[in-house]
Design a protein around this ligand. Sequence first.
Ligand code: CAO
Length: 414
Amino acid sequence: MKALEGVRVLDMTHVQSGPTCTQLLAWFGADVIKVERPGSGDATRGQLRDIPDVDSLYFTMLNHNKRSITLNTKAEKGKEIFIKLIESCDVLAENFAPGALDRMGFSWERIQEINPRIIYASVKGFGPGPYQDCKVYENVAQCTGGEASTTGFDDGPPTVTGAQIADSGTGLNMALGIVTALFQRETTGRGQRVECAMQDGVLNLCRVKLRDQQRLAHGPLTEYPQYPHGKFGEATPRAGNASGGGQPGWVVKCKGWDTDPDSYIYVIAQAASFDQLARIIGHEDWLEDPEWNTPKARLPKLDQMFDEIEKWTMTRTKFEIMEILNPLNVPCGPVLSMKELAEEPSLRETGTVVEVDHPTRGKYLTVGNPIKLSDSATTVTRSPLLGEHTDEILREILGLGDDQIESVRNEGAV
Ligand code: CAO
């Protein structure tokens, strides 16, 4: 039995943030019914296509283990079917532009009237406030949530990150919100509203930068590369590759860096293992030198320290360094390319990278469930074709017969 078996989700999500959430619920065993507009479906089916007329990887990698029904929720007959689906589902998840569901005639009040036990969960770009009506995509939220202003180098522009912290990050938040609401429903018997703003989600992940904003009032941020030679302004600056924690860290070059753009490793020069690090890089002299042998003494010259570390790391590959430094308790991590991650056998073994077969695309790789439950193992199954389960759902959940299905189809509702 899967953890969420018996939970039925009416999935009105599209693009990335919402589908990330409902895919997780599906991986935990929920029956996720993806409602898509007849004809086109989720816009990502056709975006960034690598193979003509085949669902894109963008879509397939976000919609595993779901069923798809096409339904025009703006048509009268479509609304009737939608109401029946609301009645029979535990969760309604959506991430349309603000007010879209209301405009279809389905406000939270109306949804509760139809099914008081339903959990109605939404992702929006912003919470209540001046921007609440805005449409938002990933990088917009990275900019408005504090990520961009704090990422990049001091002398460069604000930088967005390749990790989809706003979309997939907020999807994770919504999944937790839904499961928590389901848990509370066990006691109250009532559903509730779950609202997740992408700006809030990004800011939550930038918590340490708001920490640093407040520390600025009490002096320079000594672990930032701006210290001691550069200037601090009024806001948390961009910290390059400096560690966000209390131990200094930086990305340094490894053997092969001049031809391989990913020949780098992140090294953390934590106090607890500094002696071992100094010895291995050939700086035993630092151990007795008061200019170097305390964290405080090293702080104003972290750039110099990492230059010395780099002289050593440039003589070894990133994997050799991993083998050498870890036994010395020096935390470090090779910069792994997507190619290396895709080929890593241990990630295949744990189901974090999975090969999936698709009827029109063939085999492709995806990222499986990053959350492993011992009693609810995840099996990743392919994403549905557009409307693949329309008849099945109309029959099974609405109890329609062949003639009725034919009739709603002729009306253009599905
Ligand atoms: N039947 C009938 N109509 C449907 C439908 C269906 N099954 N599914 C969607 N529609 C309609 C919607 O009701 C909406 O109509 P109105 O404009 O008349 O209300 C319309 O399709 C388009 O929906 P949208 O406005 O959400 O889509 P968009 O492409 O213009 O905007 C996005 C996309 C992502 C910017 C917007 O949905 C948004 O801001 N969502 C919230 C934030 C979010 O999740 N962003 C992350 C996206 S991932 O990068």
